[in-house]
Ligand binder design. Sequence first.
Ligand code: HEC
Ligand code: HEC
Ligand code: HEC
Ligand code: HEC
Length: 283
Amino acid sequence: MRIQLLVTLAVVVFLFSCGGRTHVIPVKGNSTLGQTAYAQHCASCHPDPTVHEDDGPEEIRDALRSVPAMQPIQLSADDLANIVAYLATVEPTHTPDPAEGLTLWNSNCASCHSNASTFADFTVAQLQTALGTAPMTGIALTPDQFADIAAYLGTLSPTGNAANGQTYFTATCSGCHTATALAQKTAANIQTALSAVSAMSGLSPTQQQILDLAAYFAAVSPGGNAANGQTFFAAHCTGCHTPASMSGRSAAQLQAALALSPMTSITATSQDILDLVAYLATT
Ligand code: HEC
Ligand code: HEC
Ligand code: HEC
Ligand code: HEC
């Protein structure tokens, strides 16, 4: 600690004594200048600096002497110190490896999560956040391992269960949305809305529920026509219901109701249902 302080003082004094001239302190290289020197003298043949991150001045001096291709390079002592300082700052690049990710998944996650495809579009950041929560806080993974798992999950295609999605939608979303209005919305659309729409900030569906919703929305055909729904309602329902009393009914609710007596005689196509939903969303 004290030695460090003395060195720092010495450096400060030294810098002052230079009177503003740019002069590099040879003892400790400057990694910023080293990056420039590396680009100038080395990168043409060693484009990836991380390969040499562990090389010190000796290794580089040896190479400059012994490798014919490097012999013409004129490197000052400052350049050398700066390059060594720069190489010490570079992080080794890791190429995410899905096969390694699968192994990691099987040994760390599969015991609790039987269906990996639930997490198919999870990013490294999302995985890291999740692993900060109980009961997963005990699982220690390096950033490279997170990247491997994310790479593995990225090879899976998300699977949702439309029937579960419909149930969840009816319970959680139908108070504010008709299914038709959300027809064809993807998991990504839902994620975006959950974080962007303040009215939805209280909702926290699991990833599986989001995939289920997306599977359900994929099965809903868009374009329920409210005017046609009004016509259909007037023709088949007004005798017994007012439009206001049916306000906001979802496709699922209507379908269930039409299976009940006395409505079993009414024939409604899925398009009729969508049209009714669109109409009842306005009543
Ligand atoms: C003109 C091409 C060229 C340039 C420029 C160059 N090198 Fe090399 N370097 C080589 C070759 C060729 C080898 C030998 C590789 C081998 O033997 O596999 C080598 C080997 C090395 C080695 C020995 C370890 C190893 O990976 O084999 C180090 C350390 C090294 N270079 C560092 C540097 C640094 C630092 C610079 C910039 C100051 C630099 N090189 C510039 C071509 C170059
Ligand atoms: C408390 C009311 C409320 C609830 C409950 C609610 N939302 Fe929303 N949602 C909104 C509002 C307000 C908007 C923004 C206006 C709009 O686009 O309809 C919105 C927008 C959206 C959007 C974006 C619409 C677009 O056109 O891209 C999606 C997708 C969505 N919600 C899905 C859902 C799902 C799925 C649920 C159930 C898990 C849900 N919402 C529950 C109020 C709600
Ligand atoms: C001891 C059991 C257990 C293990 C092991 C485990 N998890 Fe979990 N995980 C849970 C529980 C419980 C939840 C919260 C319930 C839920 O959302 O499904 C959860 C939630 C998650 C979520 C958030 C789900 C969401 O929809 O937001 C992610 C992502 C996740 N886990 C990833 C992993 C990964 C990756 C591993 C392995 C590295 C792992 N988990 C290992 C039990 C476990
Ligand atoms: C002959 C009279 C009659 C007609 C016509 C009729 N309903 Fe009904 N509907 C009923 C009765 C009675 C119930 C209550 C059934 C029960 O709860 O067992 C009901 C229940 C419902 C429900 C469930 C209750 C609720 O409030 O959500 C819905 C939805 C519904 N009807 C929609 C419709 C629609 C849409 C039409 C036109 C396509 C229609 N009904 C036509 C008599 C009718």
